[in-house]
Design a protein around this ligand. Structure first.
Ligand code: MG
Length: 329
């Protein structure tokens, strides 16, 4: 028995009855590894992808922040992975599957956070949703159009991590809730760092969860574990689910749509992405070669734009629209 087979046997013997033990497979079947399970392989494929590295320079909430301590899409992803793994281990779910879904869930996020997502949503005839784009990244865009050929379970978890969706595995549900636990708490923390909020602004229902992000994450993780032990459903208690709902509304009103932070920059970002988009609609031959092959040009341009980091989008704008000073040859 090789190391991978021993690992799989250990998982069959020790994981919870509801845990995902064996993958249903991949679109293109591949040879099994002697060391790693299928889900370990997926986690590694995601970590080594180009889209994963680009998360480092994509906005979470605060755009190109001056300070070095604000979250980026990459640090958000790592926080989600850490919270998800703690929960998966406590519930005896498949930790590797959980980690792979968490690391891949935001791969399709646009530059400039939700401002960028809204801009693309308005530009495309069928709209734009980052979870669907994450699936395009892993199925089509990575590896020069071949995709990462991930397992069905990881793709399902990535596609269904948004609140309105229903993941097919309990590991997918863990990531869906951990994503919210992570961003609600770190977005409050960053908003305080940016002096958009002070602790006096937090409504009493947020303080019920704890007096700082660390206490609140601990409370939510423990609540989720206690509520989901020995049950087939992964869920927070109903009163805490209600608090999380209120928490999201509070964040939307006080941080995400804060006039001070975003109004001026939002308009500029939308305009900039629109201009780049229409430039490539008019001159598709100027797209990089790897983006020139697909039949649906609008989709291709959206793929290119969604893949950009904040700084690359700004450089593109400069290169296309800003005149450069004369330099003698
Ligand atoms: Mg996320």
């Amino acid at each position: 028995m090789n190391i991978r087979e021993q690992r799989e046997q250990h998982e069959r013997e020790t994981l919870s009855p509801i845990a995902t033990k064996v993958s249903k497979g991949r679109k293109t079947p591949t040879k099994k590894c002697t060391l790693r399970t299928e889900f370990q392989k997926d986690r590694d494929r995601i970590t080594h992808s180009k889209a994963f590295r680009r998360l480092m320079h994509k906005t979470q909430v605060f755009i190109s922040p001056e300070g070095d301590h604000y979250r980026t899409r990459l640090t958000h992803t790592l926080e989600v992975a850490q919270i998800s793994r703690t929960i998966a281990r406590a519930l005896r779910l498949n930790e590797d599957l959980t980690e792979a879904i968490a690391l891949g869930h935001d791969l399709g996020h646009t530059p400039f956070g939700h401002t960028g997502e809204d801009a693309l949503d308005q530009l495309l005839p069928d709209g734009f949703r980052h979870n669907e784009q994450s699936v395009r990244v892993v199925e089509v865009l990575e590896k020069e159009g071949r995709g990462l050929n991930l397992t069905f379970e990881v793709i399902d978890g990535i596609l269904n991590h948004r609140t309105v969706c229903k993941p097919a595995t309990p590991e997918g549900s863990v990531v869906q809730i951990s994503d919210k636990i992570a961003y609600m708490n770190h977005d409050v923390d960053d908003a305080m760092r940016a002096k958009i909020l002070s602790s006096n602004d937090l409504p009493p229902f947020v303080k019920k969860l704890g007096s700082n992000p660390s206490e609140r994450i601990d409370f939510l993780v423990k609540n989720l574990i206690k509520n989901s032990l020995n049950t087939p459903e992964i869920t927070l208690s109903s009163d805490v689910t209600e608090i999380m709902h209120e928490f999201r509304i509070f964040l939307r009103e006080s941080v995400y749509s804060n006039q001070l932070v975003h109004q001026k920059e939002r308009l500029k970002i939308s305009k900039m992405l629109q201009l780049i988009f229409h430039h490539y609609v008019a001159y598709p031959e100027k797209l990089p070669e790897e983006y020139r092959t697909a039949e649906n040009k609008t989709q291709t341009i959206a793929d290119y734009l969604a893949g950009m980091t904040d700084r690359f989008a700004m450089k593109q704008f400069n290169d296309i629209f800003m005149p450069s000073a004369w330099e003698a040859q």
